[in-house]
Design a protein around this ligand. Structure first.
Ligand code: ZN
Length: 465
């Protein structure tokens, strides 16, 4: 790495290219090619989504990419929210299509016409499904790898319930799932309720999981939406109740995306490169043979180590002949592999290996008899350390303000009292040149920073990506 993390935007751009996550040279703006290392990382996260959502009773589905204009136009607010950013398919070959098709910007309008066929009676509820797909949004703002893309690798869960209470219970469950995802990825976050003018188009309310990047800007890395009956009325998703009457279902969704990787890169990385959380790392342990003389002997021993560790960890032996151990150290540090295992002639004599942590660079010699356990406990320690240090860093950037002075310059989240009116909210945003990224669940008595009215509502003010 040439660039220090102090210089965050340049550092972020460089690290993604050098670490081999994606290739940005694809000739369509806002779309990149996932390289093997980056795709393995994304797939490990996807695998965890599958595991956790399946555990919570969701089934995986896969809907078509194209949505007919006629279905898209059914929910008014939703259209207004997305009409400026959808890609249209207007022709089949040379023939104009009778009904234009759009590339899904999210899948409500693809799924819900089918929901109205699938759901007949209360016995069909709750319906809980998810899919992991690409979505397309014609972003006009500056695109940024993983953070603001025109093709996005996306996770979405959709549920339908008989009653509002059950839909509310689903929101609580979604928050519980989010907490597990964030823990797995060692990502710090705060949960907020979005403002009325910033909620998902068509939602009754939206909850965002927000984190703070080293630039001081916030990044929304998870969203949970309560739709109540807003979509089911538009898409005629009714069910027969036990008492013989009909009612519309209540719906929720939960979305996450490749932004999670943007957060991992930005939050955990350092001047040496990426630092990948062990639980999702494509490679957890990289074996680097220290070879100068006795080369065959060392390589043979390194292969034995690989065999011994393979059942317990995702492990890779770097036996590339063309590179020196020093170059390999540099290369794997850049890729953020949690543990480097060194083995050389002296280690073989002593029946030991050397382990180096990526997060702290601490070096430990450990005997071959104990090293499986030691690696296991080190990976856990690294995970814990990443959580502790990233939380400390993030919360140090959340600061209370009694007036608007200084908020514009603050690199992070400014916390202010807000009466909740749109008028005062807009004035907070305009005078700070920032956004109210949401309202924290925590309440605290005080006075609105604009009108002075007594309130116990707080607002988080920041510059979001
Ligand atoms: Zn006010």
């Amino acid at each position: 790495m040439e660039i220090s993390k102090e210089n965050f935007p340049e550092w972020y751009t460089e690290i993604i290219e050098e670490a081999g996550l994606v290739d940005k040279r694809y000739p369509v703006k806002g779309m990149h090619v996932w390289l093997p290392y980056g795709w393995k990382l994304m797939r490990n996260i996807d695998d965890y989504f599958r595991e956790i959502f399946t555990k919570y009773g969701h089934d995986e589905v896969y809907f078509p990419l194209l949505v007919p204009e006629t279905e898209f136009k059914k929910e008014g607010e939703h259209i207004r929210g997305f009409e400026n950013e959808v890609y249209w398919v207007t022709h089949g070959g040379l023939d104009p299509l009778d009904v234009k098709l759009l590339l899904r910007p999210t899948s409500e309008t693809a799924m819900y016409p089918l929901f109205s066929l699938w759901i007949r009676t209360h016995a069909d509820l709750p319906l809980k499904i998810f899919q992991i797909v690409n979505i397309f949004r014609y972003e006009t703002k500056q695109t940024r790898t993983f953070i603001r893309m025109r093709e996005v690798h996306f996770f979405e869960s959709h549920t339908a319930h008989a009653t509002e209470e059950e839909a509310e219970e689903q929101i609580r469950e979604n928050i519980e799932i989010w907490k597990k995802v964030a823990h797995k990825l060692a990502l710090p976050y705060v949960l907020v309720r979005k403002t009325e003018w910033d909620k998902f188009p068509g939602a009754a309310y939206s909850i965002g999981a927000e984190t703070i990047m080293p630039s001081g800007r916030t990044l929304q890395i998870g969203t949970i939406h309560q739709y109540l009956q807003n979509f089911s009325r538009a898409y005629e998703i009714q069910y027969l109740k036990e008492d013989g009457t009909h009612d519309y279902v209540h719906q929720t969704t939960f979305g996450m995306s490749e932004r999670l990787i943007g957060a991992i890169v930005g939050i955990h990385g350092d001047d040496h490169g990426l630092v990948i959380p062990p639980e999702i790392a494509p490679i957890q342990v990289v074996i680097v043979p220290i070879v100068s003389k006795n080369k065959e002997n060392v390589l043979e021993e390194a292969r034995k180590v690989l065999e011994e560790l393979r059942n317990n960890f995702r492990v890779h032996l770097d036996d590339r002949d063309a590179y020196t151990p020093g170059y390999k150290f540099y290369d794997w540090e850049l890729k953020g592999v949690p543990i480097r295992l060194e083995i050389g002639p002296r280690d073989i004599e002593k029946n030991q290996v050397v382990l180096v942590r990526r997060d702290t660079f601490e070096k430990i010699s450990v005997s071959r008899g104990e090293y499986v356990e030691k690696i296991s406990s080190l990976l856990k320690d690294i995970h814990k350390n990443l959580i502790v240090r990233s939380n400390k860093e993030m919360f140090s950037r959340i600061k209370e303000f009694n007036s608007l002075d200084g908020i514009r310059e603050h690199k992070g989240i400014a916390v202010v009292h807000w009466c909740g009116s749109e008028e005062c909210g807009r004035r907070i945003e305009e005078s700070t040149d920032k956004r109210i990224i949401g309202i924290p669940f925590e309440k605290k008595p005080g006075k609105c920073v604009i009108c002075g009215k007594e309130t116990d509502t707080l607002a988080y003010v920041a510059k979001p990506y």
